[in-house]
Write a protein that binds this ligand. Structure first.
Ligand code: CTP
Length: 436
């Protein structure tokens, strides 16, 4: 189906019947109650691209909350309203969500040349958005259902694969759009249009990203990294100086790109082995922060809002990783237990970071050995067993356990029997041995 003045064909052929029905109902209700409703944004964009996206965004003139309140009586489901923003989210009984926003007409540098025709309000609302490809939409009101809205040539840009802002100060007004631009670029294989790239670079040069709270930046980075082509965006962000705009000086950009790629490889290897990896995003941030100065590390650690144990892990990591990597570089022989000693303080996720940061092959091999072979070695002998042997409980027990573990790692004690034998020969007096 092709897109022209009316999207009915596209709606019919690409949207599930259930969603079509829902949109029609919303349009009927809007018409009856005297509102104007439009489906817009990512939902319309992906519909036209032929991609699945059922996050329905609806803009309403004049009052989205009022309209949604009427609709919920009709459709059922749960409504959450946000009066301070003039928005509402309706969660239907089947779990589908619809977002409603009141059309906004605040002052924006609207081009004077644009003739003010009928749809002034929706046009203003769409104009304040980030990119032309996100200004597409269609009318829902029943008599005009499916009528295509494309005030700013978004469809042409969508077809050409171009990311273009609507006004010069777009990135200055909302610097997070810098990150959205590279996210859409990699997601769709699009290109940031030349003039837009100029505005983007300009905003970067004016240090606009440093004005944004780390928490907001981290949210955007999280979105980028959860995309299939997230690493492409990361490379682009390094190439354009975006990452430096956020994290300050990066000690070695090429190496950071490699480290991020390695991180992905190792996360996938863990997953393949069905080892649960907690919070992949944090791992990537940890890698990035390893290339930043300490002040930035601190600033962003706060923005991450980590819980106590995560914070401890991060602290441990940043206080120790350089020394760890340095010491593992030493070409002398390392016994298995020494490798364990060096690495056992790090949690699983930090091991991925260490792997990603170990560009030296000796170091890398040693860490891999630890991850694959040594980290799972646990002794079977317990305190109870030691007591049964006639040993007196006390601090000596933890000492015995520690040494036993070292012995097991280095000399491959391969059964509980062998562990017991070792303890017996090391710790029992001649008399005790005979009694035993
Ligand atoms: N928007 C914007 N500036 C931002 C964030 C969002 O102008 N910093 C606008 C965009 O035009 C977008 C709409 O708000 O279409 C809704 O935002 P969001 O749901 O984040 O965007 P989607 O385009 O739906 O993105 P995604 O496909 O990633 O959900």
């Amino acid at each position: 189906a092709s897109v022209n003045g009316n999207l009915n064909n596209v709606i019919n052929s690409r949207l599930p019947k259930k969603i079509q029905g829902l949109l029609l109902l919303i349009g009927q209700k809007a018409e009856k109650e005297g509102y104007k409703a439009y489906a817009i944004g990512g939902f319309a964009r992906d519909l036209i691209l032929g991609l699945q996206n059922f996050d329905i965004d609806i803009v309403v003139e004049n009052n989205a909350i009022e309209f949604a309140e009427k609709l919920v009586k009709y459709l059922g489901g749960k409504l959450k309203t946000f009066p301070q923003f003039g928005t509402a989210t309706l969660t239907l009984k089947d779990g589908n969500k619809i977002d409603f926003a009141t059309a906004r007409m605040e002052f924006y540098p609207f081009p004077a040349a644009m003739p003010e025709v009928e749809e002034t309000t929706i046009k203003h609302d769409l104009y304040r958005r980030d990119f032309t490809i996100n200004t597409l939409g269609f009318k829902l009101n029943s008599p005009v259902f499916g009528d295509f809205l494309d005030f700013f040539n978004g469809k042409v840009d969508l077809e050409k694969g171009i990311i273009r802002v609507l006004y010069n100060l777009s990135f200055v007004e909302d610097p997070t759009r810098i990150l959205r631009a590279i996210r859409f670029e990699s997601r769709y294989g699009f290109t940031i249009e030349e003039q837009t790239l100029g505005f983007l670079t300009n905003a970067l040069e004016n240090n606009m990203l440093a004005q944004v709270k780390p928490k907001r930046i981290l949210e955007e980075l999280k979105l980028i990294l959860s995309e299939k082509n997230g690493l492409l965006s990361m490379n682009r962000s390094i190439e354009l100086g975006i990452l430096e705009g956020i994290f300050g000086e990066i000690s070695n950009k090429k190496l950071l790109i490699r480290a991020l790629e390695e991180t992905k490889v190792h996360i996938n290897l863990y997953k393949k082995k069905e080892i649960k990896v907690d919070n992949e995003f944090l791992i990537y941030v940890q890698v990035i922060l390893s290339f930043c100065n300490e002040a930035k590390q601190k600033e962003f650690l706060t923005g991450l809002q980590l819980d106590k144990s995560q914070l401890e892990d991060f602290d441990f990591f940043f206080n120790n990783y350089q020394e760890t990597l340095q010491s593992l570089k030493n070409p002398r022989y390392f016994s298995a237990s020494e490798i364990v000693e060096t690495l056992q303080g790090y949690k699983k996720e930090s091991m991925i970071v260490l792997l990603a940061l170990s560009f030296n092959s000796t170091v890398h091999k040693r860490i891999l050995l630890y991850v694959k072979e040594f980290s799972n070695i646990d002794i079977e002998v317990t305190g109870e067993d030691l007591k049964k042997m006639g040993l007196q409980p006390g601090p000596v027990f933890s000492d015995i356990i520690k040494k036993l573990r070292k012995e097991k790692i280095d000399n491959n004690l391969s059964s509980k029997e062998e562990e017991l034998l070792w303890v017996r020969s090391e710790y029992l007096s001649q008399g005790q041995k005979e009694d035993f």
